[in-house]
Structures are given as C-alpha cells and as structure tokens.
Design a protein around this ligand. Sequence first.
Ligand code: ZN
Length: 155
Amino acid sequence: MVEEVASRVVNNIVRAYRFAREELGVSIPRETLLAVLGEAEHIALHELAHGIVRAIYPEIAGIHHRDPVLGECIDEVYGRMIELYISRRIGAYTHSFEEHAYELAHYTSLQGLGIRASSLEELYRRVEELLEEKRLRESIEVVARRCMEWAGRQR
Ligand SMILES: [Zn+2]
C-alpha cells in the first residue's frame, strides 16, 4: 500500500513532465524535473516532521490556539530540527541553518522573534544529543522553552 502510493506519486510527476513535452509540445529542461523531484521529497519530509510534532507533543494544538506565535515557533523550529536529524541520517537533502533562519523570518508570526542561524545551530546540538538517546519529548521541551524566551513569554 505505502509502496504503491509512493511509486504512484513519483510516476505521476514524471508522467506530467512527459505529457507536457509529448502532448503539449513544451519541453521543460531535465534539470527542472530533477529539482522538482528533490523539492517534492523535501516538502514531504517537512510535513512528516510536523506529524512527529503532533505525535510526541499533542498539546501543540492547544498552544496554537492559545498563543499562535508560540505554537508556530515550536512547530516550525522543532519540525526543522527533527527534519534535519532524519534527513542527515537517511542521506536526504538538507537546508543550512542560514536557510532555515531565512525561511523562519518569512513567517508573519515569527518575524519579530529575531531567530538567528547561530541560535538554531546551538539549539540543534542540544536537540540532537537528546534524539540520539531517543528522548524525543525532552528534545521538544528544550525547543518549547527556547521559543518562550524568543517570544518573551513567562512561564
Ligand atoms: Zn512547516
């Protein structure tokens, strides 16, 4: 079932590329197709990371509701940490900390927090240590506390 859906997704991307060329007569550079496939993989890993956040930290839904800035910070920052951890281990493409900081700065709700690449890298080192020991819950709590500091929230 999972394999079937996975190959259908990839095949449909390639079929759409061929359809454009053969049926519509538009030839897209091969590099575009390769970039699109890489992007599809990356988007999927990012969304899986959000799934992990919901699984190990169910209260994220309530936090999003009560304090959208804090909720988005925890979801997006931790999501990127677990995405990076998994991507490195399976050999998938990863963004640099600079790219993550740049993307985070473009979330309307996170703009004022001033999250820097160096802070993300430092935070990642602590998260990674806990993930090595499979202490997932503690690893997201570390990020939640950092987000509270960034957002100027008191406990
Ligand atoms: Zn996201």
